[in-house]
Design a protein. Structure first.
Length: 405
């Protein structure tokens, strides 16, 4: 492992300070509900989600957004990451729904009144239907359209919001819509993939400038899904194949926006040990400790990913997502404990960590898996939408208290 460059600059532990952002995250489409014309709503209406699930009701998050603040307060959280649904605030190109924009700015104000830092995501997987109709992210017009939308939102709440995430997991979106083609506009074309990727990164760079033009103090980042590839053995082959994969899957993309990132949002779920021999990656055979999604539980991945990103970019790291599907809640408390410990180890190595946002505040629509996967600190009753804290949520609350002491 390479040496971190500037350990001396972190004098006191941020994780143990009052300012550290302890929070939880959600995304509009996964919780809100409502018949909003987006690429995902179209996919759902085509019956492509497990069990035929749709987000027409989701977990009634739009109607309950202000009420749900009490869920954050109950756990003593001081940060909430949520997203704005572009298709809702701009249902037709250039036509903005002011009531919808006010809904989100009221949420921001109410969070702040409760001393909870809003962390606003502008794009979390869903495109308005009219964007899909024009080809989605392979069309350069989408960059201008996204910028108009960002500009509008920044006009309304630019001054109130400090932390912004322009785009959630550009790597995942572009992969699923333009390379493997399972999400509208269903393209399966490496050239489309390449063009769409560049356009999304350009859109991020523009949004970065647009937000800063409304609020010079804003901190703007993206949330990047970083798979942590590590060598199986410390030999030449294993080390270099790992480096190559980290480069292909993450660094070559992040390098292109490194001057437009005030912090790096890290979404961390997976770590693969890679090296000589079959299978080349251990995700295919490690069976002992897995989430309900089938993903290996390897908490060291979180701290290690933070360390790699910090070494390369010298920027603060905010964990914008980390969590697991665990229907019985038997694994979540330990997962939280071990992941936060791994993050603390990274901080001790000199990484500037500014926040940890657990995914997710409550059970929600897990994309193609529908409602089967339970990622929530709170369970949600599918009929009444009542939210109930799982034991692991209480564990998280108490762990935060330990850190804040
Ligand atoms: C996404 C979330 C999703 C989570 C769990 C992340 O890739 O940003 O929307 O629910 O992973 O799969």
């Amino acid at each position: 492992m390479t040496q971190i460059i500037q350990p001396a600059t972190i004098s006191a532990s941020k994780m143990e300070s009052k300012d550290f952002l302890w929070g939880a995250a959600t995304a509009a489409h996964q919780i809100e509900g409502g018949d909003i014309d987006s690429n995902w709503m179209r996919l759902e209406k085509e019956g492509k989600v497990k069990n035929g699930d749709t987000t027409l009701a989701a977990v009634d998050g739009y109607n309950r957004s202000i009420d749900d603040i009490k869920l954050l307060k109950e756990l003593g959280l001081n940060a909430y990451r949520f997203s704005i649904e572009w298709a809702r605030v701009e249902p037709k190109k250039g036509v903005f729904d002011e009531a919808a924009i006010n809904h989100y700015s009221d949420l921001v104000k109410e969070l702040k009144r409760n001393n909870i830092e809003p962390i606003v995501t502008l794009h979390h997987f869903t495109d308005p239907g009219w964007i899909t109709d024009q080809g989605g992210w392979i069309n350069k017009k989408t960059i201008d359209d996204f910028n108009n939308y960002v500009n509008k939102i920044a006009e309304y709440m630019g001054k109130d919001v400090k932390y912004w995430i322009t785009i959630n997991e550009p790597n995942v979106i572009i992969n699923s819509s333009y390379l493997i083609g399972i999400v509208p506009p269903y393209r399966k074309n490496p050239i489309a993939f390449y063009r769409a990727f560049n356009n999304v990164l350009t859109a991020h760079r523009r949004a970065y400038k647009t937000i800063h033009s409304q609020n010079a103090m804003a901190k703007v980042g993206i949330a990047y899904n970083f798979t942590d590839f590590v060598p199986k053995k410390e030999n030449w082959f294993d080390k270099n194949i790992t480096k190559l994969l980290n480069y292909i899957f993450s660094f070559n993309r992040l390098d292109k926006i490194k001057n437009e990132l005030d912090f790096i949002g890290l979404n961390q779920y997976k770590r693969y040990n890679i090296g000589w021999g079959w299978p080349i990656g251990d995700q295919f055979y490690v069976k002992d400790d897995r989430t309900d999604m089938g993903w290996n539980i390897q908490p060291e991945g979180l701290g290690h990913a933070a360390l790699l990103l910090s070494e390369r970019y010298q920027k603060p790291i905010m964990v914008t997502e980390n969590g697991l599907a665990d229907r019985t809640d038997k694994k979540r408390a330990k997962f939280i404990r071990d992941n936060i410990k791994s993050l603390k180890d990274a901080e001790l190595k000199g990484v500037d960590i500014i926040g940890y946002l657990h995914w997710s505040l409550m059970d929600n629509f897990e994309w193609l898996e529908g409602y089967d996967m339970k990622f929530g600190l709170y369970s949600v009753n599918p009929k009444t939408f009542e939210r109930i804290a799982r034991p692991s949520a209480i564990y998280y609350r108490d762990l935060i208290k330990e850190y804040r002491k």
